[in-house]
Design a protein around this ligand. Sequence first.
Ligand code: IPM
Ligand code: MN
Length: 361
Amino acid sequence: MKHYDFANIPGDGVGQEIAREAVKVMDAAATKFGFKISYENFDWGCDYFLKHGEMNPSNMLETLKGSDAIFLGCIGDASKVPDHVSLGLLLGIRKGFDQYVNLRPIQLYPGVHSPISTATPESVDFIVVRENTEGEYSSMGGFFKKGTPDAFAIQNAIFTHKGCDRVMRYAFELATQRKASGNYPGQVTNCSKANALNYSMVFWDSVYAEVAADYPDIKRDHALVDAICMWFVKNPNFFDVVVASNLFGDIITDLGAMLQGGMGFAAGGNINPERDYPSMFEPIHGSAPKYAGKNVINPVASIETARMMLDHVGEHDAANHLQKAVKSVLAAGQVKTRDMGGSATTSEIGDAITAEFLASK
Ligand code: IPM
Ligand code: MN
């Protein structure tokens, strides 16, 4: 029997509740598809910081290294730890494990209402490939002359040839696979801003051109990041694969989440494609501390994240069945959390999806 070792870091705010639902569906998948999962749970996060003066122990990466994959709920609670400090945990894992692809599928499932009127299940089905280890998130810079009238700050963005090349190649490979499925046109949109960022994004564009030349069967496309926000709303069905830098990918996927029906539906994975290190799966949404412990948050993003995690470790059948179950519960519209206009609890929707999944053939 296959056996997976998963690390589980629920994190802050609603993290416990959404991680619980993710574990629920993964356990159901193990039962239904005949494999075994062991979880190692870690209480790292802002409460851990209050006790120990750090978000996680310094041997965090060593501790996680042997896992087959990591589930991360959500990190951050500004009432306890400043956000730029707490995010060190997340960025430490993304960078430390060279998870250079942040994969964020943007799909609107039937039965889910998007606040954007152009969004329909037919029109919203694309995927953002976000660079995840460098760029604007390189953490290089400093404060100078602090506390004086001449104070200033510098934040450097680092774009390496290797860093751009590998994430773009991933995007083109993904577009190639999607095209082969017969359901997608085979196109990679380059999200850029070379008109204003005359070094970093000019460089980024030049690497895109080099990589694109190796994929003659995939359509090239180019849009400035501001325009992409407009096009996502105006014409979401145009997109197939979008490749973006770290910060741009961060921003456009919050808009993408709205196309999908809201933050409660948006899943993601931080992937080390070479599998030299474990990959980490986390919903796009934040920790929403004000809803913590109320059992009201929508766990679909978390369940979908678990689905991506199962797919990543090779449990494709389980992942596909789980996606069908999610879709069928959402389409039936009987069990809806508050963000969907209903009154079901977090655990009720998790239970409904689990029951549907276990009953499905
Ligand atoms: C995300 C989040 C993080 C990011 C924050 C918490 C650092 O917004 O995963 O999208 O900017 O990457
Ligand atoms: Mn974000």
